[in-house]
Design a protein around this ligand. Structure first.
Ligand SMILES: Nc1ncnc2c1ncn2[C@@H]1O[C@H](COP(=O)(O)OP(=O)(O)OP(=O)(O)O)[C@@H](O)[C@H]1O
Ligand SMILES: [Mg+2]
Length: 157
């Protein structure tokens, strides 16, 4: 399913709709796509909706940021600066976080593609070819349960 956001506020509404569907079981989410397309921004709005009051920054230099909210712990990975040697340990951590009752986001998941659980909910974010403010958020999964989640995602923009 592909959703077009024409403004930052549209992306906020989309993130809010997404966050409102989350229950205490959590979710494992991968984000891929163009540099600067809006992956971190989307996560920031989700966390804001969940009541995380810590500032959400890109964890590029530390690979992982952790947050807390009422429902579950939240882990935000960014694999962009991951070097080959670091991959193994991060992947082991990743596996740890795929257990339930955790909300996990992996930015630049394409850098550890083989290690990403196949039942992840995938979000691909891209620029529009004509208008730089328009971004396309595509939600997909090869997992039935995640597919159901995606079907419920409705937002009026
Ligand atoms: N419709 C839109 N949705 C999301 N962001 C938008 C939109 N229009 C403009 N922007 C701007 O695009 C930028 C997105 O930056 P962000 O850091 O979220 O991208 P990213 O995909 O995480 O980049 P990186 O690949 O570096 O991790 C922000 O500066 C934001 O203000
Ligand atoms: Mg980012």
């Amino acid at each position: 399913m592909k959703i077009k956001t024409q403004t930052l506020n549209d992306t906020k509404k989309l993130a809010q709709a997404f966050a409102s569907l989350l229950d205490e079981k959590g979710l494992f989410v991968t984000l891929t796509g163009d540099i600067g397309a809006g992956k971190t921004q989307f996560i920031r709005y989700v966390l804001e909706y969940l009541g995380v009051d810590k500032k959400v920054t890109s964890p590029s230099f530390v690979i992982l940021n952790e947050y807390k909210c009422d429902k579950f712990p939240i882990y935000h990975f960014d694999l962009y600066r991951l070097e080959e040697k670091g991959l193994k340990s991060v992947v082991d951590e990743l596996r740890e976080y795929t257990k339930q009752n955790v909300l996990t986001f992996i930015e630049w998941a394409e850098f550890a593609y083989d290690e990403i659980p196949k039942d992840a909910l995938k979000i691909n974010v891209e620029y529009d070819s004509e208008d730089v403010n328009i971004r396309w958020f595509e939600f997909s999964s090869s997992d039935e349960f995640q597919e159901e989640f995606i079907k419920k995602l409705k937002v009026r923009l």
